[in-house]
Ligand binder design. Structure first.
Ligand SMILES: O=P(O)(O)OC[C@H]1O[C@H](O)[C@H](O)[C@@H](O)[C@@H]1O
Ligand SMILES: [Fe+2]
Length: 187
């Protein structure tokens, strides 16, 4: 039987207390994601394989909804900002919400039909991710980007589609500001 509880979420650190699970993605685990492979190898080697992001869950299998935080470090690879892998949900009826607590970023979304949208990520903005839109978050700031996400417990992740062909757009720094450009490697 499940019991109600208040879960503390620290909007600066992203810590969830109590949490049920967590994982850390080191930059080296994101091989193939960034357009500049040589720059990627260099940042991994010279930066001591930094943490790119961490995900902390509050998830109970006996319940339909779950939530947690994603804590994204600032950083760049060949001018491209640190980002998450990006995924569609396995369940085609499942959307998601991302409520930014601190930092600044861009949520890059791509529909199955190939339409691209971005939603600004900053404190006070809750991004609505409809079903069947792939989503990738990108830390465009110089601080941690911390957001609370909530979705169906069994939404599932389809990483393969984005891993194999990338997303249509990249988010890079141009003149000190984020710019959305065509992905030259999009296949
Ligand atoms: O799973 P990624 O695409 O690497 O993104 C990292 C994580 O971001 C958010 O927290 C989502 O709600 C998670 O479901 C996702 O796993
Ligand atoms: Fe998701």
């Amino acid at each position: 039987m499940l019991f109600p509880e208040g879960v503390a979420i620290d909007g600066i650190s992203g810590e969830v207390t109590p949490s049920t699970d967590r994982y850390t993605k080191k930059l080296s685990e994101l091989s193939g994601l960034f357009h500049d492979a040589a720059a990627f190898d260099k940042v991994v080697a010279e930066g001591g394989d930094p943490i790119a992001y961490e995900v902390v869950d509050y998830r109970k299998q006996e319940c339909d909804i779950c939530f947690g935080t994603t804590i994204m470090m600032p950083g760049q690879v060949g001018g491209e900002y640190f980002m998450t892998r990006g995924h569609f949900h396995e369940r085609k009826d499942c959307g998601e919400g991302y409520y930014t607590q601190s930092g600044e970023g861009l949520l890059l979304l791509e529909s199955r039909e190939g339409e691209v949208r971005t939603v600004e990520m900053k404190p006070g903005i809750c991004a609505f991710i409809p079903p069947e839109w792939a989503h990738r978050s990108i830390n465009t700031g110089s601080e941690k980007l911390v957001f609370v996400w909530f979705c169906a417990t069994d939404a599932g992740h389809d990483y393969g589609t984005i891993r194999e062909r990338g997303m249509r757009k990249l988010v890079v720094e141009r003149d000190g500001r984020p710019a959305i450009i065509d992905n030259p490697n999009f296949a």
